[in-house]
Design a protein around this ligand. Structure first.
Ligand SMILES: [Zn+2]
Length: 308
């Protein structure tokens, strides 16, 4: 077995206006770095289109129809100031969901040790009935429900180290103790949620970080809050909402992580997965807006996944 990588050219066709940080070049930068010979052993698979039915485990049908109907024939259509649809956005989002669900199938079916999904648009800000923060559908949440519905997973953990709080994932699983949601994120920062005292049904663990936090404080927070929660929860699957905008070069936030922090955090989660979930770990790209910081961080993350 190996580490599998899902991506697809359609992800480059979800377009945003000039100057928008969530842009196709992000994926091009990731593709370039993963072309390095160090990544030859990656099992590269073209992402399949997702089954729209799987979205309904998370988002109500009228919301899904509303997003689909808002997709423009040409040009761009804004959902809010940050969140934009272009003609291929529906297909891109559906293929991101397809990759996430296929990744779940792979780790449960023994076709991969772990999987990284390099997709856009991202998902963790999408709430049950609100697309926001560059996100249309919450593909980490959909993949978690897919693991429960298709593979009988009883407990799924979603670990979110994107620098922004995953308000959407928290909203979706707020009163559902079958899903643990753990997040490290800068606070204060968009979207404003993620305080320590937001604990849901005891299944939400927020570890907010002050602006200018560096590696040591991040690792302390991860070690003292996220890892013990995982250990107590004993997940059947770990899903990573892998945003790389806590990198020190990122223009949207003020956390000062380096690539090695993502290597370290990945290793910690793999250890947890080894202990509780037969190694099953699925990582989904969320944010990361400095092309160099993003590429180097993904390189560290995927390199660590491949070490097994
Ligand atoms: Zn982010």
């Amino acid at each position: 077995m190996a580490t599998r990588l899902y991506t697809h050219p359609i992800y480059l066709e979800h377009l945003t206006p000039p100057g928008h940080p969530e842009r196709p070049d992000r994926l091009r930068a990731i593709q370039r770095v993963l072309d390095d010979e160090a990544f030859v052993p990656l099992d590269r698979v073209e992402a399949p289109e997702g089954d729209p039915q799987t979205i309904l485990a998370v988002h109500p049908r009228d919301f899904v129809e509303r997003i689909k109907a808002a997709v423009p024939q040409d040009g761009l259509a804004g959902i809010d100031g940050d969140t934009v649809l272009s003609p291929k956005s529906w297909q891109a989002a559906l293929t991101a969901i397809g990759a996430a669900n296929a990744a779940v199938d792979d780790v449960f079916g023994g076709r991969a040790d772990n999987v990284f999904v390099a997709a856009r648009p991202p998902g963790h800000h999408a709430e049950k009935t609100t697309a926001m923060g560059f996100c249309l559908f919450n593909y980490a949440a959909i993949a978690a429900r897919h693991a429960q519905g298709r593979h009988g997973a009883e407990r799924v953990a979603i670990v979110d180290w994107d620098v922004h709080h995953g308000n959407g994932t928290q909203d979706i699983f707020w009163d559902d103790p079958s899903v643990l949601y753990c997040s490290t994120h800068q606070m204060p920062l968009y979207p404003g949620t993620g305080a320590k005292n937001e604990t849901g049904a005891g299944n939400i663990v927020n570890a907010p970080l002050a602006p200018r936090t560096g590696s040591e404080t991040f690792r302390d927070a991860f070690s003292s809050r996220v890892l013990p929660a995982l250990d107590a929860f004993r997940p059947d699957l770990i899903i990573v909402s892998a945003g790389f905008d806590a990198h020190h070069r990122d223009p949207l936030a003020e956390i000062n992580l380096v690539e090695d922090d993502f290597d370290w955090a990945t290793g910690q989660l793999m250890e947890q997965a080894g202990r509780h979930s037969a190694g099953r770990l699925v990582s989904l790209l969320e944010g990361g807006y400095d092309l160099q910081g993003l590429a180097f961080s993904v390189s560290a993350h995927v390199g660590r996944l491949m070490k097994g």
